[in-house]
Design a protein around this ligand. Structure first.
Ligand SMILES: C[S@@+](CC[C@H](N)C(=O)[O-])C[C@H]1O[C@@H](n2cnc3c(N)ncnc32)[C@H](O)[C@@H]1O
Length: 179
């Protein structure tokens, strides 16, 4: 029987796949940074047929995708290795004063960084409270689309969701400038 968690991941997965349209393709080598249980990483792999690697501060036993520890990723060999680094609902789990540093690190690993985030709302805080019960780092560091603009120096796109969907998401792509 399908679990509630699988159902919510499928719905959110659809929005993420939509936002990722034209960002990655079947030839892309992708790093999912903060992959959690890997359900979204697997949806991305299955839909786009790309090559997905994962990293997180916690390794999940639920996911069989190739895992690289954050320490391993510090090695020079991984710099510029990936076509795209994904931070999907990961940034708000990192304290605000570390978010810029994390994005800089993600940028060093790949040509592009794709950020998908949840805007602050009562629903978002409640979901993160539930996440915190499983021991996930939860500093409640949500950013509004306007706030994120100041860190990434780009305009985020608001993700279209149906009227009944309780959260607001946005995405933004950070591209490396040539030279
Ligand atoms: C809400 S989960 C998102 C999981 C998955 N990306 C998804 O969308 O379903 C946030 C993830 O960020 C990870 N995380 C938190 N702080 C991190 C850090 N400093 N570096 C890497 N991952 C981190 C957590 O362990 C957690 O797996």
């Amino acid at each position: 029987m399908m679990k509630i968690r699988d159902f919510t991941h499928r719905i959110r997965g659809r929005f993420i796949i939509g936002a990722l349209n034209n960002v990655i393709d079947k030839d892309s080598i992708v790093l999912d940074y903060g992959y959690g249980n890997g359900l979204i990483s697997s949806i991305i792999k299955n839909k786009s047929k790309c090559n997905v690697w994962v990293t997180d501060c916690e390794k999940s036993s639920e996911c069989s995708l190739p895992f690289l520890s954050l320490t391993t990723l510090q090695e020079r060999v991984w710099h510029d290795f990936f076509d795209c680094v994904l931070l999907i609902d990961t940034l708000h789990h990192i304290p605000k004063n570390k978010q810029e540093e994390t994005l800089k690190f993600a940028k060093s690993l790949g040509r592009k960084v794709f950020v998908f985030e949840t805007a602050p709302s009562i629903g978002a805080y409640c979901i993160d409270f539930i996440n915190s019960l499983s021991g996930m780092p939860t500093p409640y560091a949500f950013r509004t689309p306007n706030e994120i603009m100041f860190i990434v120096d780009d305009i985020p796109e608001i993700v279209e969701t149906p009227w009944w969907y309780p959260l607001k998401h946005y995405s933004v792509i950070l591209e490396k400038k040539n030279g």
